[in-house]
Ligand binder design. Sequence first.
Ligand SMILES: [Ca+2]
Ligand SMILES: [Ca+2]
Length: 447
Amino acid sequence: MFHRSWKGLSVIAGLVMAMVAGRSAAPAADGYTGRPYGGSPASIPGTVQAANYDEGGQGVGYGDTSPGNYGGSYRFDDVDIEPSWEGGFDVGWIDPGEWLNYTVNVAASGTYVAQIRVASPWGGAFHIGFNGPSSVWTQVEVPNTGGWQNWTTVSVPVTIGAGVQQITLQADWGGFNFSYIDVGGASQSITPASANGTRLNVATWNIQINDNSEGHARSAMDAMMWFGPRPDVVVIQEAYRDWLDTYIDELQRQTGQWWDGRFATHCESGAWDGSRCTSEWYQGVAILSTYGIIDSSSTLFPFSDCWTSARAGLRAALNVNGTPVQVFTTHLQTGGCTDDASARYNSMGRLKSWAANFSTPQLVAGDFNADADQIVTTSGMSPNFVDAWAIAGQGWGFTAFAPNPNMRLDYWFSDASLRAQPVDANVVYWTGGISDHYPVQTTFVIR
Ligand SMILES: [Ca+2]
Ligand SMILES: [Ca+2]
């Protein structure tokens, strides 16, 4: 499973010898003859540029299937490099099986988030590895970003050891460009061996307010309590302002437990006066929880669409066995009356700035109305938040619209510290006729 340039067995042998000798510095892969570009290993945490792969040539620093550099930029061996529209350079013309090595120096062992900047008109997949003290070899999917220079960030948690080692990026399927890897968000408090921590089961659902009857409100809550595992926290969009107490009442009836809740309404169309909302809409978002809400607040993202002049952001701080967990939700703009994509990116920018005022761990859920041909939500939420589906979900995760979903509109994110670690995520492909969206269930381990 390890990359052929790693000499996997001798790496393991070298590591065992190092441990026996009690050395803290881990050995580089035995027999590896590549040298870091520019003379010294790139520092981790930090950013590694795609075009700065190791010196040593074909079969050592890289494996490239076509002679020469198709992009004609930056370096002149076989790796195909072109200028990136975001600045700097990217590696393109990536074919399945091609690979690149990067010698890095990891300052401290721990769990980090590797964020890889990619662009692709149809999607792809690659493996990222850390050898030597780390033994990481994991697959990362590249989404369709809408073009060769439409960049997004894909994230994966990696638990790595300290010392000099190689990062390897190997294409499983080609068809994407790659510009850099940023490894950061180290948290010594996270260790993979630690199974303790609280498992927090959560679900988000756009419950479709076309039917705003009390019966519909109760049916939606009732349905969510049938999910397995049963959610401890429920976040809803297209919720009806007047039913907050009804939502809570139905959850309590179904579970026999006490529930807490908060609601925030969007601002009615034309009612944003430049600094405040002069008239609330009937529709909004809610956070409902079996854990007590110890603090809450809301804000408005004043970018208009067909229905509203500003969309609500809601926050509730939950007391999860003594750890305050900040849960946020929103429902972003849609309808095509204005530039929805800009409105959503601007709203996500506001959401990130707002969330930065509060403690971690943080979770964000909602309906981002993120049609793949319009926006890339993971990019809008990056680098502050990591898409839980990318870490713990299986498959595409399409949530809209019933009965033939082909869009991912609904998400759970966790902040990049990953103190809320996603360990399971699934779409509940059943709506009971309640909604045109499917709910997204996720389990986080809170530490
Ligand atoms: Ca080439
Ligand atoms: Ca190539």
